[in-house]
Design a binder for this molecule. Sequence first.
Ligand SMILES: Cc1ncc(COP(=O)(O)O)c(C=O)c1O
Length: 413
Amino acid sequence: MTHADTNQSPLRTQDPEVAAWLQREDRRQGNTLTLIASENHCSSAVREATSTRITDKYAEGYPNRRYYGGCEVADGIEELARQRAMQLFAGAEDANVQPHSGTTANLAALLALAGPGGRIVGMALKAGGHLSHGHDKSHTGMVFQARQYGVDATGRIDLDEVRRVVNEHQPKVLIAGGSSYARNIDYKAFAAIAKEVGAFLLADIAHPAGLMAAGVVPSPIGIADVVTMTTHKTLRGPRGGMILARKDVAKLINSAVFPGSQGGPLMQQIAGKAVAFGEALRPEFRTYQQKVKDHAAWLAECLMAQGLDIVTGGTDNHIVLVDLRRTDVTGAAVEERALAAGLSVNKNAIPGDPRPPMVTSGLRLGTAAVTTRGFGRDQIKSIADVITGLVRGADPERFRPTVQGLCEAFPLP
Ligand SMILES: Cc1ncc(COP(=O)(O)O)c(C=O)c1O
């Protein structure tokens, strides 16, 4: 029960309109199964930390070097978050917990390592990369001279192509990582390619950060010069970003975050990050991440057994990318049908997609959020049955009772 559920809720009393919207979102999440690979449900302890009075505090600068007075609590919280982050990602030499998001973490890292106008190389959005890896509609594609690499016909990163693009473009930064890439990345091979041209290697682990923190998939810590991430996906923290850096570039990174690309840090989010990192340091977190990974592999297996195609034929992480080209439906159509059935999923371009980005021939699924709700293999199989039924054109209403039953049996944390 929250304040908003009672008549003592200051929000409900003062602003019933916003309170009603927020209650509606509580209900939406409760009555929907989230299969969006970039979403998760953080704990109520994390949410509590992010709604505390520290939201009022300005703390420009870094612990013990602030531009405002009264920062002793902010210092304590930020330092705790940093130390926990470095414990969680053992081998990381420095942590900056201030980035407001994954995008600002990438902007700051690129500013620090490439400098304004510098040359960068990242994976193309169409191939599974992220906008902030140099896409021309992102500031990273406007501020830097960006070139992009893709994937091969099987949907995997083609290291020969990465090497070719890097040799042609001679970047200062090579980026490894993506938003819909379901396979492990060979960070050592990327580091070797970066070294050939004297570039820094930036690994963006926004998606698999939690799996990596738990040690269930290989991590770039100790291999990449700088690692950026979001804290709200598999890592299951509050919305935000983080940068881990080698000692020799940490100063550059810190000044590229503040004052380079941000003002005052969101101290309430940093408090939430500290709580989430504390949770991630517990043994249960490893068990959770192992399940997230096993569930994704099982989901891919169930979908393939029912005749659907999966890009790369499976997954190494929490992402399953369905290739709908052999069916007669688009990603957009399945997304809409899924919502009507109570599943939150997203249409996604697949490598070589013939359809435009608002339509697509793919569906990206992720198992982090439903595993947080306590799903096991049987429930994952039920989801696979629903998705296959929707792709084959069954009426979404037919699945609503099954989905509602799962939502009620596995409530939000
Ligand atoms: C690989 C990658 N990097 C960066 C981001 C950006 O994160 P944010 O939405 O917090 O800016 C995302 C978000 O999905 C991502 O997948």
